[in-house]
Design a protein around this ligand. Structure first.
Ligand code: APR
Ligand code: PHB
Length: 392
């Protein structure tokens, strides 16, 4: 097999890149380790920035999102009993975010790829990348027990944090930056109406909580838990009780509970590798960076990466030169680091840290109090949450 761009991974990063390239007339093949059903069974965050919405529209995959997605012009911060609304649109010239599940984005991208006749290999075993420094890199994998070879001009590593792409770069090339937080998020999904029209991020002495949603009838809630915690310790009843305790009284009183249909714990981590390229391999999405979910930036960062990568690949194709791609990493990392900063900051402001002393806690509370009392402070939060410009 031969193609122009081999895309490793059929998460949102790989599938959106494939769709953008398809529309630019650049041939590509997606190679994914798991089955389609497995990919579609993963439950992930659900807040799309304006720039991501625009990119999905430009990629021609927005019809269902525009019908079913819920536009939010603000969100709430709950600090113990105090409730503060952050207006997103006023300070940002009308930007907004949309609540639409990442799983649905993935489903729409898969459908568009099928309709366009894009080649995909699911359940590809033992994917291996070769000759990355040469002008003829290639990918090998097992399909139905046979070893196959895919020759290409470029490889896009969109295979997530545990993927093979980043691991294929020789030791000593990449610098890694990491922060691991001493807690995780216990998340539940339930077929109950959301407690509030907008998302509520709650700071509380017992730990952080988040009230989110997927639709008018489906809610998503999270609780900060120690990183050693087990899902098995959390009955539905215990979850709802703890959530109520961390929310302002009026919100807790309005909470409608019911059986949960999913319950899982995700660790929190900040992680970046530099550079995001090596020879003819370009990393995008979780393969290159992880953010804690607090700022809802994971999917949006992945979209920003592949938006830039797709336009540089098109430029390289038009000019018949790989030169435009040489600056991919440098350009994309500017936005990545700003989103890393915001996600780290929002995590630091809203969670309780086990070993924190009283002074640090008071400084943190004062910082948030100061920002909320200042138009510039509120604008800073709004601008970052609604999303910084895509291409820089
Ligand atoms: N070979 C082929 N495919 C692989 C391999 C491999 N060795 N390893 C992993 N994959 C696949 C995974 O099965 C997955 O489908 O790569 C895909 C990566 O998808 P995601 O993990 O969803 O990552 P990405 O597309 O970068 O999306 C970023 O996902 O984790 C969230 O918060 C994150 O919202 C962000 C988004
Ligand atoms: C979610 O709905 O899953 C969600 C929303 C906002 C976040 C993180 C997760 O910051």
């Amino acid at each position: 097999m031969k193609t122009q761009v081999a895309i490793i991974g059929a998460g949102p990063a790989g599938l959106l890149l494939g769709q953008l390239l398809q529309r630019s007339g650049i041939d590509n093949v997606v190679v994914e380790r798991r089955s389609r059903d497995y990919v579609l069974s993963r439950i992930r965050a659900g807040v799309l920035e304006q720039g991501t919405i625009d990119l999905l529209r430009a990629a021609g995959v927005s019809a269902r999102m525009d019908r079913e997605g819920i536009v939010h012009h603000g969100f709430e911060l709950a600090l113990e009993a105090r409730r503060e609304r952050i207006d997103l649109s006023g300070p940002t010239g009308g930007r907004a975010v949309m609540v639409y599940g990442q799983t649905e984005v993935t489903r729409d991208l898969m459908a568009a790829r099928d309709a366009a006749g894009g080649a995909s290999v699911y359940e590809a075993d033992d994917v291996a990348l070769h000759s990355l420094e040469s002008e003829q890199p290639f990918v090998e994998f097992n399909r139905d027990g046979e070893r196959e070879r895919l020759e290409c001009d470029y490889i896009a590593g969109c295979d997530g944090y545990h993927g093979v792409s980043r691991a294929s770069i020789p030791a000593g090339v990449l610098r890694e930056y990491e922060r691991v937080y001493p807690f995780g998020w216990l998340g539940v999904l339930s077929d109950t109406p959301p407690v509030s029209e907008e998302l509520i991020y709650a700071r509380h002495a017992r730990g952080f909580a988040l009230c989110s949603m997927r639709s008018a009838t489906r809610s998503r809630y999270y609780l900060q838990v120690p990183d050693t915690e087990q899902v098995a310790n959390w009955s539905d009843e215990r979850f709802w009780d703890e959530l109520r305790r961390r929310l302002p009284e009026d919100v807790a009183a309005a909470l409608i509970t019911g059986p949960t249909i999913e319950k899982s714990i995700a660790p929190l981590r900040s992680f970046v590798v530099e550079p995001m390229q090596y020879g003819r391999l370009f990393l995008a999405g979780d393969a290159a960076h992880i953010v804690p979910p607090t700022g809802a930036k994971g999917l949006n960062l992945a979209a920003g990466d592949v938006g830039l990568l797709a336009s540089l690949l098109k430029q390289a194709n038009d000019e018949g030169s790989g030169l435009p791609l040489q600056r991919y990493s440098e350009r994309v990392l500017r936005r990545v680091w700003k989103a890393e900063r915001f996600s780290w900051w929002m995590t630091s402001m809203l969670h309780t840290f086990p070993d924190e002393d009283g002074f640090t806690r008071r400084i943190r509370e004062a910082e948030l109090d100061y920002l909320l009392g200042s138009a510039a402070g509120r604008a800073t939060i709004a601008e970052n949450y609604a999303g910084l410009p895509m291409q820089q």
